[in-house]
Design a protein around this ligand. Sequence first.
Ligand SMILES: [Zn+2]
Length: 501
Amino acid sequence: MIEDKILLNYYAMNPFVAKHRPWIEQCRVFKPHLLSEPVESALTKRSPFGSGAWGEFFDELEADIEADFGGEKKTLTELLHLLSESQSQEERAQLLEAINTNLGGIFAKYSAQTLYMVAGAASVENRERSYKHPMEGANKANQIPDSVVDILHKAVNEVGGPLTKRYYRLKAALLGLKKLKWSDRNAPMPFSDTTIVPFADAKSMVLAAYESFSPTLAGLVTTFFDQRRIDAPGIKGKRGGAFNYSVVLPGNAPISYTFLNYLGSSRDVMTLAHEVGHGVHGLLAGAAQGPLMFHAPIAYCETASVFGEMTAFNFLKKQLILKGDKKSLLALIMGKIDDVINTAVRQISFSNFERRLHGMNLSYTTWSEPKKLSVEELNNLWIATTKELYGEDGDVFTYENAEHLWSYISHFHRPFYVYGYAFGELLTQSLYAEQSRIGDRFESLYLDLLKSGSTKNVVELLAPFNLDPTKETFWVDGINNGLGGMVNEAEKLSRELGIVV
Ligand SMILES: [Zn+2]
């Protein structure tokens, strides 16, 4: 490892090294935690046969899960998809029962052992590497101070929880149900707008949405269409989902590809806006920072995409307001709240489960050694951490057939990855709210943020916007303004429609 003194010389003498100082410093953050060279060498050689291998085999087993449903064999992915689409409460309950039953038995046992291997291996290594607590390594990799991670969890637990319960009470009323079963959580609204949006219209909507706050970004998005770098049609045989892949080619030439399964729902329009958001982020950061530093860490790699998606959402909202179609407007807002809660609140609920798994106490204040937990104990922990944010049994939800759902969350095999989703979502909601306050200056500040790639930590990144994520009010305001604002809007619309008295 190069000594600090020598490195400082390089920074002073060589502009190329100086430019890459943030990348070098980020690598060196882990210097105090390195072990001797022979030990590191042995650990690296041994690593393909460690807890990661349990996770790999888990993926194979999970892909084999199949259940009979409606006289047909369905994979886990298909069952989960049907669950989020079904308009029938009875069918949703049957789907969740099929999912939960198939996740139980031998799969849950294997999954429990995998989690024990992950937590146990991490615990031994953390101790040897002198980490102060199990999350320190992940927080350092994310470039987020420990105290900020703590207040994020605290704010979501204290403010996000009550708001979540309020939202699902409204959702129950809109679905015409007294209580929600856990299987109803992602149910679509019975009056959702099912108009198909042709791709050409989606393109003009997304371009107009980007144009409304940044002509520069709209220009970049136009190039994706002109250069035919978006694979849009949802056709049989194509892999599912949507993603963007950006890369910096030799000569510092960033290029971006977007993959979709576009079928024409308003959600698909927002997905297009989301993925091209990743694309413009990749192009701007790629050109400014080059291949080593263009990729933002998990905590803010979703900023441009979530921001783009919010803009498209507001664009779609305005159109429905102009049309006077209040029912579709309500369905659109409810769908968006479902998404935000699933990203911000649900992932913190996951994170609470994970923190407990790695040895955190009931009041989330101290750590001890992780213990081996049986399937039964994990089931109980899962339901307990779910109830912390979603309410006691019978308050808003009943939790039948939900106890095994921890067992298929493969993100737990990468310790402390999940809170990054909540972090990114809430950070972006706060940033989005700044747009109207900052006005014309916003665009250039925002472009600078995207261009910085991984060269800044989150505190530096938000300083130009006068936002301070080390303060609890930042997160509380983010939740209240973003999520809270949408829940208020949905409640108001419901009253206007006479759906809820
Ligand atoms: Zn994304």
